[in-house]
Design a binder for this molecule. Structure first.
Ligand code: NDP
Length: 241
């Protein structure tokens, strides 16, 4: 039986590329999404991947979603906590709502999803948790106090959980992308984007497929000794110590 992989926010952008790659690797893939039904339909029609609508920011909604996935596909072996949003503002203008929204979708979601699958992974002595952080969680970013905090939080979460999962065959890692060519980055004003590309030594945006191939590697048996790690994929834009 194929192992089951859940990719949150798996219907668009980086998540879609991860879903596609894990399917090619032989996983039965469940791609979660929030509400963009057109993107989900495309994902189902073009990639043949089952899509599940639930809000990863809500524990209850995630619980329902996981129940449905597990009853249709079986227990989840690999989770890629990829769903994320931005609500940028300089801190002196940032509202509590902008703060809470980003912390809920980008950080609390990792608890909501991982908590549902953790016991099963422990029982089966095998699991892979991959948390999609960001270069801006590693270095901080002007206008993104909420996002940088959430993405840095994922790194701490990963380091703690890696220790708890280690004896149970569960690896927990972070993939920290730099700027990747997706809707999220295309929303950045063109002039700002040009100046960002100027700071990337490789001289271009990353591709969603380049993040997907790192997730693919981390989800394999041969990556069993890599846990608690932060895999930076950013064209040398920021080289973490
Ligand atoms: P996109 O905006 O292209 O896609 C986001 C995905 O997340 C969509 O599938 C969306 O669903 C889903 N989503 C958003 N909110 C929720 C929610 N509450 N519940 C369930 N699903 C949700 O994002 P990217 O592909 O650009 O980014 C993916 C991840 O990579 C994010 O965590 C982001 O922070 C991170 N990242 C991205 C970088 C980049 O350059 N693009 C750089 C560094 C990190 P729907 O389609 O229904 O809205």
């Amino acid at each position: 039986m194929a192992k089951v992989a859940l990719v949150t926010g798996g219907t668009r952008g980086i998540g879609r590329a991860i879903s596609e790659r894990l399917k090619a690797d032989g996983f039965a893939v469940a791609a979660n999404f929030a509400g963009n039904v057109d993107a989900a339909r495309q994902c189902e029609e073009e990639l043949g991947i089952k899509c599940y609508k639930f809000d990863v920011a809500s524990f209850e909604s995630t619980q329902e979603g996981l129940k449905q996935i597990e009853s249709e596909l079986g227990p989840v072996d690999v989770v890629v906590n990829n769903a994320g949003i931005t609500r940028d503002a300089p801190f002196h203008k940032m509202t509590l709502e902008q703060w809470n929204e980003v912390i809920s979708v980008d950080l609390t979601s990792a608890f909501n999803v991982t908590r549902q699958v953790w016991d099963g992974m422990r029982e089966r002595n095998w699991g892979r948790i991959i948390n999609i952080s960001s270069i801006n969680g590693q270095k901080g970013q002007f206008g993104q106090a909420n996002y940088s905090a959430a993405k840095a939080g994922l790194i701490g979460f990963t380091k703690a959980l890696a220790q708890e999962g280690a004896k149970k065959g569960i690896t927990v890692n972070v993939v920290a992308p730099g700027y990747i060519d997706t809707d999220m980055v295309r929303a950045v004003p063109e002039k700002v984007l040009e100046s960002i590309i100027g700071t990337i030594p490789v001289g271009r945006l990353g591709k969603a497929e380049e993040i997907a191939s790192m997730c693919s590697y981390l989800s394999k048996d041969e990556a069993a000794f890599i846990t608690g790690a932060t895999m930076t994929v950013n064209g040398a834009q920021y080289i973490a110590g």
